[in-house]
Design a binder for this molecule. Structure first.
Ligand code: MG
Length: 395
């Protein structure tokens, strides 16, 4: 069984991009563009070996890349020539005996899929040569040097060539011989085959399989990759919101932010009914995607009867730490007609910051009345809102 060898020219300077290095060596989503490309060939069933053709001064860099990303189908990394045609030929010459087909693919087309590779290889096996291409979608104009439109070109027969371009090796070698004799330089492998009247078939490619050529292509590529893979939850900060309200009754202490405040009325609840701390717990649980306080500390559970809500907050922080998060900052608003809360904020802030493992500056407390409107205004209850950010724990 003859082998199908992928030949990946990764030459080209970064000049068109205004970059000091060839574009294939720039990173997309944390991996070099070339590695994205090679991975698709590594994952393709129909590819037996991969030969990378790189500028002579980048050979060791490519070899390190291949080792780092365990691209074990890469059998050789060889130096390229001045033109693309020379580089591909260097790759073809490096293919050993047993090579039946070569699949040439631009290193700067990182969105090639293993499926499209398979389709091109299959079609070449049936017909001798096949390339990926997409039908032209825009209306095409012939334009003079003076920006004058001459006419509209019939686009129904026009396709934009992409890669892979897969060809039976002996057909390509014949095309090289004739092209050399004629002094013909093609822009791609298919044009060499066309030059010798060798039929080439088209496999419909994908608009995603574009070549990274211009600086804006890098940004488009980044956006596509972002869309493909949701951001790693462990690497981003998250936010959460919590809200709670408790009824004010006689003969209960008023506990807010772990501080007992002298007042004629206190909050009713299964625990100490610390509405401020409950809102904060819910905000943190919300930020880490862990539901709400009722799910973790059910009010049907006798162990939480009269519980100190700061201990619930400590447990919430443990849950956050188990998921790899710590508190960033918290902003909490308490809605109460009476009593005045501001004098108690420093004590509350100190307790909350300590439990949450942050400096006091990361906890902001605010109080507001509702100008006697609603349940808080009628002193039937007290409510609290909390908004927090959580950050991935270091280490
Ligand atoms: Mg509550």
């Amino acid at each position: 069984m003859s082998k199908t060898i992928a030949i990946i020219p990764a030459g080209g300077s970064g000049q068109r991009m205004g970059l000091p290095r060839p574009k294939q060596f720039y990173e997309l989503a944390g991996r070099p563009i070339l590695v994205h490309t090679l991975q698709a060939f590594q994952d393709s069933k129909s590819i037996d070996e991969i030969i990378v053709v790189a500028p002579a001064d980048y050979l060791s860099e490519v070899e390190t890349m291949v080792a780092t990303y365990a691209l074990d189908r890469v059998s050789k990394v060889v130096a390229g020539g001045v033109t693309r045609q020379d580089s591909v030929r260097a790759g073809v010459n490096a293919a050993g005996a047993g090579a039946g087909y070569v699949a040439v693919h631009d290193g700067a087309r990182p969105f090639i899929s293993p499926e499209l590779i398979e389709a091109c290889v299959l079609r070449a096996q049936e017909t001798g040569a096949a390339l990926a291409a997409v039908p032209v979608r825009d209306t095409l104009k012939t334009v003079t040097d003076e920006d004058l439109v001459v006419n509209t070109v019939d686009r129904s027969v026009l396709w934009q060539a992409q890669t892979p371009q897969v060809v039976r090796l002996d057909l390509l070698q014949d095309a090289y011989r004739v092209s050399d004799a004629d002094g013909f330089i093609g822009t791609d492998e298919a044009s060499l085959l066309e030059h010798v009247n060798c039929p080439v078939r088209v496999v419909e490619g994908s608009e995603r399989n574009f070549k990274i050529t211009r600086p804006e292509d890098l940004r488009i590529a980044e956006a596509l990759l972002m869309n493909d893979s949701p951001p790693d939850n462990k690497k981003i900060s998250r936010i959460g919101h919590g809200y709670d309200a408790h009824r004010l009754v006689a003969d209960r202490p008023l506990v807010l932010g772990g501080v007992t405040i002298p007042h004629a009325l206190g909050l009713l609840g299964h625990s100490d009914a610390d509405v401020l701390t409950h809102a904060l717990c819910d905000a943190i649980l919300g930020a880490i995607g862990e539901g709400d306080i009722g799910a973790h500390f059910p009010d049907t559970d006798p162990q939480y009867k009269g519980a100190d809500s700061l201990q619930l907050l400590a447990r919430v922080m443990e849950i956050a730490a188990e998921k790899g998060y710590g508190l960033g900052n918290g902003d909490i608003t308490v809605i109460a007609q009476k009593p005045k809360l501001a004098p108690h904020f420093p004590a509350m802030r100190a307790k909350i910051a300590k439990v949450c493992g942050v400096s006091e500056g990361m906890i902001n407390l605010k109080g507001t009345t509702t100008e006697k409107m609603g349940f808080a205004g009628r002193e039937e209850g007290i409510a609290a809102h909390a908004v927090v950010s959580v950050l991935p724990s270091s280490g």
